[in-house]
Design a protein around this ligand. Sequence first.
Ligand SMILES: [Zn+2]
Length: 458
Amino acid sequence: MSNLLHARLKNIIGLAVLLPLLGLPCPTTSAPNAIPHYEFAVRLNYSQHRLEAIQHVLVPNTFGVSVSDIVFNVPASHQPGVFTLHSVKVDDVSVDYQLRNTILRVQLPRPLSPAESIRLDLDFNVRVPELINPQSFAEANLAYTDDALLVGYWYPLLAPYRSGVGWLETPWYPIGDPFVSESADYTAIITATPGVTIVSGGELIRQRNVWRYHLPHARTFGFIASPFYRTLSLTSGEKTYAVSVLPRHAALAPIALQTLIKAERLFTGLYGTYPYRSLRVAEFSGPWSLEFAGFFVLGANEFDDYDGTQRNRLIRIMAHETSHQWWYGVAGNDQVREPWLDEGLARFNEVRYYEAFAPRDVAWWWQTVIGTPRPSDPLDSPSAAFTNHGDYLDSIYDQGARYLDTLRTQLGPETFNAFLRDLYRRSTFQLFTTEDFFEVLSAHTRLSQRTLKGRFFR
Ligand SMILES: [Zn+2]
């Protein structure tokens, strides 16, 4: 970044710099249940596919021990030339750091004691690559096409801290979603190229080409930009639902919006509250649909598949991605080491949508989407166990749906529903594990899980 550009950026982000200075002295004491707070000031150059960003992150030490460094996972740096870090500062003083592959380790000037917080300021830019490997949704997370620019997992993401283990480093992997993060509060001020729409999760205040999103208690902060979006929205009670589509699919926006609202109400009834006031969906021209907090993208292929019935990818994947707001978003999991927890549930939630709204299509779903079992690996395999997407989808998604359906038959629907509601409640804004899954399950049934575990798990 040139000095001149840097100075201009600093002016634009004056507010973002000021807010933490006013409200959040550094270091400071924090409540034991405090969560990290990120503030971004971003300048997006749409035609050049470039972001210049300042990231302030307030890290509360809730780990029970002092730490002398802070670790971030930086998925964007898995590819050379995409992520460039200019500086890391603590208390306005540059500090040493190491960025090796996707792991950023920042040395603190002094140890951070339990219950203290510290603010780090990172200055970086991101050159978003073109979507060239449509087989990988990990690649699609941060990519541009002729239609839109998707900005997912673009910033240094605070690594989860495990007591007795330390920072959880998550190397990038092309299969699955190579991202793990704790819930955090996010504020982003995005100054975009004029004429470009920015869609993300949370509360939005827009002034011309400056888009300010505030998203508390979120798994991550991603957004998508396009100059072509047509947006249809509806406010019902306290919630606003919005669908932004590319012009060639404008006629499908009402169907997409209706499906989104039905799915949100279904999963609220089944699992519990959706905690945000808005839920937004935006079309991406890539083939993949991808979940973020308070918002997700739906691939153009899903829209192309719409045939006027319920038996198509627009309906099915809308239900799938909406359900990730509950499983992935609010109740999070390690998507790399235990991807079945969110993807198995999301696949299963597709059929729950059909059970609720199109019962005559349930048999079609099982026959066409799931078909004959062909898992290559046990359900609780990490994404690194797979070398191709087909095996990953069969073993994690489809096998996950079959396991959950079998479990529902074993428990009966009432106990099964009470179990998942309880799991959701206990895991709200947390990361839950396979062990937690079975621990909560054991509180709801005395039936032995041995046979089912032996059939589906390692
Ligand atoms: Zn999914």
